[in-house]
Structures are given as structure tokens and as C-alpha cells.
Design a protein around this ligand. Structure first.
Ligand code: HEC
Length: 165
């Protein structure tokens, strides 16, 4: 009889340990999931998640992969880029590139916060050249292609300016 009681008590202890473990597992899983999600958002900081995911699975258009900004980060190039940005980009991306231009609220996905994106490792010169030249044609977003709009050094002047955001 005594043994039997001990056995039942043992089972109960095992069961509650099991429950505790299951509970921890769930808590850990949920916490991990939520934490991961939030970390991801913070990492993107309002950058174009759609575009970053696209590049992670497909890479950059081969026509652009070896592009490098040939311009010096001179005051003249930054000023020229800033002027072009006001002309072509700020309506969506905002005066300082934070993704808060007057046209932004109507767009889904929204214009990226460039002041965050341009400092991410993924945002290479090639990435910016491809993004600005081809826009969102492939990704079906509102980002317009600028390859036939920008002339000469203008694209790289814009990139030089973006790096200062
Ligand atoms: C009509 C609105 C609109 C205009 C004008 C516009 N963009 Fe965009 N842009 C977007 C949207 C929407 C996205 C997010 C979706 C995407 O990546 O295609 C975006 C994304 C980007 C990205 C990708 C950022 C990242 O996190 O990967 C860059 C770089 C960019 N734009 C630069 C520019 C520059 C430079 C100009 C001006 C020459 C410009 N955009 C003009 C709407 C616009």
C-alpha cells in the first residue's frame, strides 16, 4: 500500500514536471517568435522588407551586380544629389528620406525609410543602382524606374547624397 502511494506521488511529480516543461516550451517558443519578429522590424527600420526579401532569395539583377559609385563624396556631389532627391524622390520618401513624403500614406508597400536602409550591409552601390534604375517593376511596387530619367552622373550623385542620410 505504502509503495503504491509513493508510486502515485511519483507519477504526479512527473506529470507536473512535464507540464512545467511543456509550459516553458510554449513560453519560450512564443517569446522567441515575438522577439524575433520585433527584432526583424527593428533591423529593417522602415526599409523595404519586400525588396530585401526579394534580394535574399533572388540576388540582384546580374546587369547591376558589379556597379560601384565612381564619384567622390564631395560637397558638390552631395549637393547635386540632394537637389535631385528633392526633384524626384521626396514626394514619396520625404524631404530627409524617412519614407514620410506627402504621397507616402497612399502607397502599399510604403516608400522605404532610406535613412535606415542605406546603412544596411545589403544596400550596396549595386543594390541602389539596380533599385533606382529599375524601380519596383519586378516587385510590383510604386517605386518608379529612373533609368531613362537620370542622365550622366545623376544616379551616382543621388547615391552619394543617400549615403549621408
Ligand atoms: C511614387 C513614389 C516613389 C518615388 C517618387 C520614389 N520612390 Fe523609392 N520607393 C518607393 C516605394 C513604395 C518603395 C518600397 C518598395 C520597393 O522597394 O520597391 C521604394 C523603395 C526605394 C528604395 C529601396 C530601399 C530599401 O530599403 O531597400 C530605394 C533605395 C529608393 N526607393 C530610392 C528612391 C530614389 C533615390 C528616388 C528618387 C530618384 C525614389 N526612390 C523615388 C516609392 C517611391
Amino acid at each position: 500500500m505504502k509503495t503504491r502511494v509513493r508510486w502515485i506521488a511519483g507519477l504526479a511529480a512527473l506529470a507536473s514536471a512535464g507540464l512545467a516543461l511543456a509550459g516553458m516550451g510554449m513560453g519560450g517558443g512564443m517569446g522567441g517568435g515575438m522577439g524575433g519578429g520585433m527584432g526583424h522590424q527593428a533591423m529593417m527600420g522602415g526599409g523595404s522588407m519586400l525588396r530585401h526579401h526579394y534580394v535574399m532569395s533572388n540576388g540582384i539583377d546580374p546587369a547591376y551586380v558589379s556597379a560601384r559609385n565612381p564619384l567622390a563624396a564631395s560637397a558638390a556631389n552631395v549637393a547635386a544629389g540632394k537637389k535631385l532627391f528633392g526633384q524626384y524622390c521626396s514626394s514619396c520618401h520625404g524631404a530627409t528620406g524617412r519614407g514620410d513624403g506627402p504621397a507616402a500614406s497612399a502607397l502599399n508597400p510604403p516608400p522605404a525609410n532610406l535613412s535606415a536602409s542605406v546603412h544596411m550591409p545589403m544596400t550596396t552601390d549595386a543594390y541602389l543602382d539596380w533599385t533606382i534604375s529599375e524601380g519596383g517593376t519586378r516587385l510590383k511596387t510604386a517605386m518608379p524606374p529612373f533609368k531613362s530619367v537620370l542622365k550622366g552622373d545623376e544616379l551616382w550623385q543621388l547615391v552619394t547624397y543617400l549615403r549621408t542620410l
